[in-house]
Design a protein around this ligand. Structure first.
Ligand SMILES: [Zn+2]
Length: 327
């Protein structure tokens, strides 16, 4: 008899789709990546994901113990439905779990991508063996997940952990959620670029305008990072400002939830050298706990494929739970 000792992780992000086959130790055996064509609609994305999953499984179908899916939007974990997402217009109540379990005939579970990533970090990343930590992802938006007393915090509707929509400046710019001054509107990659573009249009002294060939629309997160690396004072200020707002959010989280670790992931962390110090300074001054008791703030340990590892961790957790229940 062959042992079912492998897990598939399916990561549905707004810019890329990634699928991986992992062993029980969380090591990726094989993986596939494609850009997400958000505009082509749910059914075409689902077909692509099924094909990618078939590719990574290959001849090892009888060794797969479960499939886990991480979705960048609202997920009903009880019935495995991707409810909706601001990143996937037109997606409404897609029964992903049922589609995958029918196709591959293995237990399948889904969670939102931030919760999945937190489970991945706990499995093989920066939070190995930890029962109290916060995972935050800073990319085009800001998402998060809390593991407290060993369990993912879910809340009444299952939407707990939306750290991006904590208000850090009541007079701040509008957020895509309809409120204003949310952390995401101040410190996400999108917010940084928006802030920089407006400042350049207002004539702030910086090389960014020149680097963007005087088209502010060409200012991107990468360009901002490059300007900071080249010593541009304004670009560095943009990141320091981002660090300050992240610091406000993180200080509040620490005071309320008493975690022992804060993990920061997401694409904006590539520029972490320009804002992590500001985060730490703010947290050290403002969080309720100080000195020895202050939680560490660390970069994510799973790297670029955290979404895939996390999704596989969702499958692992589900298979482990059903094994417990049948004992
Ligand atoms: Zn918001």
């Amino acid at each position: 008899m062959t042992t079912s000792d492998m897990f598939v992780g399916v990561d549905i992000g707004n810019t890329k789709l990634a699928v991986g086959l992992l062993d029980r130790q969380g090591v990726i055996q094989t993986s596939a990546r494609r850009p997400t064509s958000v505009d082509s609609g749910a059914s075409s994305v689902v077909e692509t994901l099924l094909a990618m999953t078939g590719e990574v499984i290959g001849e090892r179908g009888n060794r797969v113990a479960g499939v886990g899916i991480g979705f960048g939007g609202l997920v009903n974990i009880h019935n495995g439905i991707a409810v909706s997402s601001p990143n996937f217009p037109g997606w409404s109540n897609v029964p992903l779990t049922a589609i995958f379990s029918e196709r591959f005939r293995v237990p399948t579970a889904m969670d939102n991508d931030a919760n999945a990533s937190a489970l991945g970090e706990r499995w093989v990343g920066a939070a190995r063996g930890m029962d109290n930590f916060v995972y935050m992802t800073i990319s085009t938006g800001i998402g998060g997940a809390f593991v407290l007393d060993g369990r993912l915090l879910r809340g009444q509707s299952g939407y707990a952990g939306e750290v991006g929509h904590m208000i850090v400046d009541p007079d701040g710019p509008p957020c895509r959620c309809g409120k204003q001054g949310c952390l995401e509107a101040m410190a996400s990659g999108t917010a940084l670029v928006q802030f920089a573009r407006e400042a350049v249009e207002d004539g702030v002294p910086t090389r960014l305008g020149e680097m963007a060939h005087n088209e502010t629309g060409r200012i991107t997160g990468e360009l901002l990072h490059r300007a900071a690396l080249e010593g541009d004072g304004f670009a560095r200020q943009v990141f320091a400002r981002c660090g300050r707002y992240l610091g406000i959010g993180i200080a509040n989280i620490i005071s309320v939830l008493d975690p022992s670790l804060i993990i920061l992931g997401g694409g904006v962390m590539k520029a972490g050298a320009f804002f992590l110090q500001a985060v730490e300074e703010f947290v050290a001054r403002k969080a309720l706990r100080e000195g020895q008791l202050a939680p560490r703030i660390v970069p994510a340990g799973c790297g670029d494929l955290v979404g895939v590892v996390g999704a596989a961790a969702v499958a692992l957790a589900t298979v482990a739970r059903s094994a417990d229940a049948s004992e």
